[in-house]
Design a protein around this ligand. Sequence first.
Ligand code: SAH
Length: 343
Amino acid sequence: MIEFMGLYPEELKEKLSAMGEKPFRAGQIFSWLHKGASFSEMTNLSLALREKLAAAGIDQPVSIRETRVSQLDGTKKFLFALRDGNCIEGVLMHYHYGATLCVSTQVGCRMGCRFCASTLDGCVRNLTAAEILGQVQCANSTLDGEKVHNIVLMGSGEPLDNYDEVVRFLRLVSHPQGLNIGLRHISLSTCGLVPQMHRFAEEKLPVTLSLSLHAPNDSIRRELMPIANRYSMEETLDACRNYIEKTGRRVVFEYALVDGVNADEKHAEELADRLRGMQCHVNLIPLNTVKERNLFGVTENQVRAFLSVLEKRHISATRRREMGDDIEGACGQLRKKVMEEKP
Ligand code: SAH
């Protein structure tokens, strides 16, 4: 079965020609699919063509299985169903600068970060570009008038471990005949796959790169993230510097504060030394405690103390707002809970 939504217009043209259809239909079909339409809704196509398309492939590869809405801030957490029975999560947050959707790029994850719920059962499979896009279509279908304006690739999965489909997704979602979401409104978060970070810098896609740093030095980073055994912090920061140089965009460092591990003021000092002179921003967040692992978050006072060290050292930093705290907003938590409730 062809996943039509994952094809570029040129590829869609070729497929149509091969099916004995007029290539100019590709433009119509492309814009229908990217509006979230099913084949049966494509009313400017003949019924015969719609049936032929449905026999050859898939229109919308993702559907919403469950939605939870936060009473605190209106954040929506989706459990999306895929056609093979797997499910993934997405979170839609309402910020003053527009609706922001967090999408997944894999079913599960194989990076093994000790604090992350998404990786507990490993990686089941990569998502296709169409399945990443389908999450955006689903979120749009729940919005009145407004559309998803920003996307963060921070759901489950390691985007750079699914490189080709993620790059295809980025080109499709920003396509002028499709959703046309500006690449500058998209953030890609990685645990630090250094070779792929270098390759990604050459794609000339002006997305914001976020690096999950979570430590001021290699030894703490290795305690938390297996990837730190493969690539040193210096190599990883070099890949960030290269990204800044090639794209002209600042890099965002994600730093989850873990009580007794990386959250002391001396760690903030060390971090400031490492990041000095870099065009970057640090996002601090108290760790969301995952009960399976013995790692705990910190108090507001600890966040403030850490932040103030960075500020004193002129490192741009903020405390990331937590959204949807009452609905298992954090990465991997809802999927896990639902899988446990409904085995
Ligand atoms: N694999 C990518 C993107 C998905 S994770 C990456 O590692 O960046 C999205 C972000 O959530 C990452 O910064 C990740 O480190 C963070 N995260 C995962 N579990 C967390 C937890 N329990 N508390 C706080 N942040 C967490």
